[in-house]
Design a protein around this ligand. Structure first.
Ligand code: QVN
Ligand code: ZN
Length: 329
């Protein structure tokens, strides 16, 4: 049912046993918005018109104006789209790692057709295409009309690095991108439909059990939110999330290193989002005690250094245990 409805209902949210409080929702001209961004805290921003020029980006319009470009579409046997880096699938890893999804290239008209003819039990689709210069002139015109003045002023004020990419996301209702963190600052703009984003601060590192650094699922949590294995991941019980349900015209600031789980609401029709990924700024003044994301960066570097030194990832665990057990515990 995609009636372009003007709101959402609780019954459209999946059930997880996670305590949640709400991410603040503020108007773009509220001074608290920049305050929260400067503190690396999430905030839903209304009225920014950041991607107002893309309000008309439904499949019909995109089919018409992107017909020549091929898009990257992720296919999944279920509603979970757990990202993996195929370059990290080493020969040693080959027979151990089972890719949970597959990537195909298709025209947006094919994607649209498959979406409209989709039947339960078939593979689900998630279009995830970086906006590039293969899009048609109409899309370029819309892209130019994004509120670059507003977002660039924030980029400068926060001393972020350059914009690295804009990802166009078109997901089927009910699709889930499981909990992960990215190493970039992110302005996540919702264009069509509603998405629920559950965020956790970097401090929750110890409760979300990320895959090891060189694993294809690096940066993704190992915990299945629908069936958490509390024997393997006991500290998951301590986790406390912040929930943001974003609709058309709203922008969610997802701070660098913050964990986030993203779902397209059930029975809400397909969703369209555009994200803005910026390189995070340099951590200039190291102030102690270190913040969560700084500790996370340090832990990543220690893992990388150890794996480089030992060459064999299998040895890393026993060496870490030798260092910690009975000494730092
Ligand atoms: O904008 C973000 O950061 C999101 O997580 C949005 C998410 C899709 C992201 C897919 C992805 C995850 C990791 C690496 C590359 C691509 C969604 O909206 O489903
Ligand atoms: Zn992400």
């Amino acid at each position: 049912m995609c009636d372009g409805s003007s709101s959402w209902k609780e019954s459209q949210l999946r059930n997880y046993d996670i305590p949640l409080k709400s991410v603040p929702k503020l108007s773009f001209d509220d001074p608290r918005v920049e305050q929260l961004i400067s503190e690396n805290k999430p905030v839903i921003i209304t009225g920014s018109d950041l991607v107002y020029s893309a309000s008309k980006w439904n499949l019909e319009y995109l089919e018409k104006h992107m017909e020549s470009s091929t898009c990257t579409v992720i296919m999944s046997p279920n509603h979970i789209f757990k990202y993996f880096d195929e370059k990290a699938i080493t020969p040693a890893m080959k027979n151990k790692f089972v890719p949970p999804t597959r990537k195909v290239s298709m025209k947006i008209s094919d994607f649209s057709k498959r979406l409209n003819n989709w039947k339960s039990g078939e593979e689900r689709l998630y279009l995830q295409q970086t906006l590039n210069n293969t899009v048609g002139p109409a899309i370029v015109q819309d892209f130019i009309k994004f509120r670059w003045d507003w977002i660039t002023a924030i980029q400068k004020k926060m001393a972020w690095g350059p914009l690295t990419s804009n990802l166009l996301l078109i997901g089927m209702e009910g699709n889930v991108t499981p909990c992960h963190y990215d190493e970039q600052q992110n302005f996540f703009a919702q264009v069509k439909g509603w998405k629920r984003v559950i965020l956790f601060s970097p401090e929750h590192y110890g409760c979300l059990y990320p895959h090891t650094v060189f694993h294809p699922h690096d940066r993704q949590s190992q915990v299945d939110f629908e069936k958490p294995d509390l024997n393997k991941f006991p500290r998951f019980e301590e986790v406390q999330g912040e929930e943001a349900i974003v609709g058309p015209g709203e922008v969610l600031y997802i701070p660098v290193y913050w964990w986030h789980h993203v779902e397209s609401l059930l029975n809400g029709g397909y969703t369209v989002s555009i994200n803005f990924w910026y390189k995070a700024g340099p951590t200039v003044d190291i102030i102690y005690p270190l913040q969560g994301h700084q500790k996370l960066a340090i832990m990543r570097n220690v893992e990388k250094m150890l794996i480089e030194a030992l060459k064999d990832p299998e040895e890393v665990g026993s060496l870490f245990r030798a260092i910690v057990l009975g000494r730092y515990t």
